[in-house]
Design a protein around this ligand. Structure first.
Ligand SMILES: *Cc1c(COP(=O)(O)O)cnc(C)c1O
Length: 425
């Protein structure tokens, strides 16, 4: 792709963008009275305008039907889990029965560990990337301690080579082989939140299986952002959140994926609840837990209807836009941002992109080190309406998303960035 640092070029790209009209489906925040250039979908996706209608519909069902809403009407709450499956299956690359929306991400990580981390005297190690999202670290350490084990002896952290910012697949595979028979589980991010690196989940999973371990991924930054084929890659389990790239609202529902091969494994230990119990018998209120087929068998509690309504509003947009189209645009949009940052940084090297250059190794986010001016530059471009994300000591994360960001957003950001650097760097 031959990019140009010009408004005319950005406008032309927008005109030729088949997804351009989707931008209008979202509500943009204002900064200093002006519509923001919003590059923070990696943290909280924007609100689809349709969310309101979806919520009002459920409020109406609640008002009109009250308790009968569980079983009556096309929206019967009892079966709401079915609704999100087709879209989730497309986004995650799974069969519908392998996914279900439920709980929150960290809760789901714990639940999945209960089933998939079964340490023995001989096989107990867990591989994770160093610098994982804190919640994942706390989750993992507490799980290991709960088994009476020492996190320092169990958790193996993968660090980039000296002088590098991201992990090489060959080094991940080497560590898996080095741990060999000791390895119980690989439990990594799909996309690393800090660096934006997209891991080769297929290859990592195959390597884990080859030594007799399972592989699970936290897809908080990958779901709705990067192409995923969890089923074909034979990933054992995964979880994600819906409020980042899936635009479903602050703290909204997570989801889990469990590979088909575990669909009918009542012997697999799990923490159970009535919503995971055989649907046909649930209201007989009898003793004896019979897990439902597939991921549904991991549900604990009855569905959060209002949360799922907002989630569905967003999932319907994904279905309409199409995952492939989104990815196609995303590669171009992020490629454009990368091009402009390189132009602006130029020979001074004030900005250093640490996210991999290869589009196959990243989603839409770019993480940059800023070597001069630091937070003052970031604050300056925020003042001019750019919402990005700052991580100490000197990382800026920018996530142009294909559903609601335009090439013009990226161009305008570049101009503001250039001015801000002139002032402070
Ligand atoms: C955003 C994020 C979380 C947040 O967890 P919640 O349970 O949704 O609060 C956890 N892990 C990763 C990797 C994340 O990116």
């Amino acid at each position: 792709m031959n990019y140009e640092y010009s408004e005319a070029f950005a406008q032309k790209m927008d005109q030729n963008d088949p997804l351009e009209s989707f931008r209008d489906r979202f509500l943009f925040p204002k900064v200093n009275g002006k519509e923001a250039i919003y590059f923070c979908g990696n943290s909280l996706g924007l609100q689809p305008k349709s969310v309101k209608d979806y919520l009002e519909k459920e409020l109406g069902n609640w008002a009109d039907l009250a308790v009968d809403g569980h079983f009556e009407g096309e929206d019967a709450w009892m079966f709401v889990r079915q609704k999100s499956k087709p879209a989730l299956a497309e986004i995650l690359g799974t069969h519908p029965h392998e996914v279900v929306a439920m709980n929150n991400l960290t809760v789901n990580l714990h639940l999945l560990m209960v089933s998939f981390y079964r340490p023995t005297k001989d096989r107990y190690k867990i591989i994770i990337e160093a610098g994982a999202f804190p919640s994942d670290q706390y989750m993992l350490e507490s799980q290991v301690k709960w088994h009476g084990l020492n996190p320092e002896e169990v958790i193996v952290e993968l660090k980039p080579r000296v002088g590098e910012h991201t992990l090489r697949t060959e080094d991940i595979l080497a560590e898996i082989h080095r741990q060999g028979d000791l390895l119980a589980m690989v439990n990594m991010a799909g996309i690393q939140y800090y660096t934006g690196q997209l891991f080769d989940m297929k290859t990592i999973t195959a390597a884990a299986h080859a030594v007799g371990a399972v592989a699970g991924f936290d897809l908080a930054h990958a779901a709705g952002n990067a192409p995923l084929s969890l089923h074909d890659w034979e990933v054992d389990f995964a979880t994600w959140c819906s409020y980042k790239y899936m635009n479903s609202g602050p703290g909204n529902v997570s989801g889990i994926y469990v590979h088909e091969k575990y669909a009918d494994r009542p012997d697999l230990p799990r923490f159970a609840g009535w919503w995971g119990h055989d649907e046909g018998k649930r209201f007989l209120m009898e003793k004896g837990f019979i897990p439902m087929h597939g991921a549904d068998g991991w549900q604990l509690a009855n569905s959060n209807i209002l949360a799922l309504a907002a989630h569905q509003a967003s999932l319907d947009i994904f279905q309409e836009a199409g995952i492939k189209n989104l990815r196609e645009k995303s590669e171009k949009l992020t490629g454009y941002l990368e091009f402009l940052i390189r132009q602006i940084s130029g020979k001074s090297g004030v900005l250093e992109i640490i996210t991999p250059e290869n589009p196959a190794e990243r989603g839409c986010q770019l993480s940059l080190l800023i070597h001069q001016g630091g937070k003052a530059v970031f604050d300056e471009f925020y003042k001019h309406g750019v919402v990005g994300d700052w991580r100490n000591p000197n990382v800026i994360r920018l996530a142009p998303t294909p559903l609601y960001n335009s090439f013009l957003d990226v161009f305008r950001f570049a101009q503001i960035l250039e001015q801000s650097l002139k002032k402070f760097a």
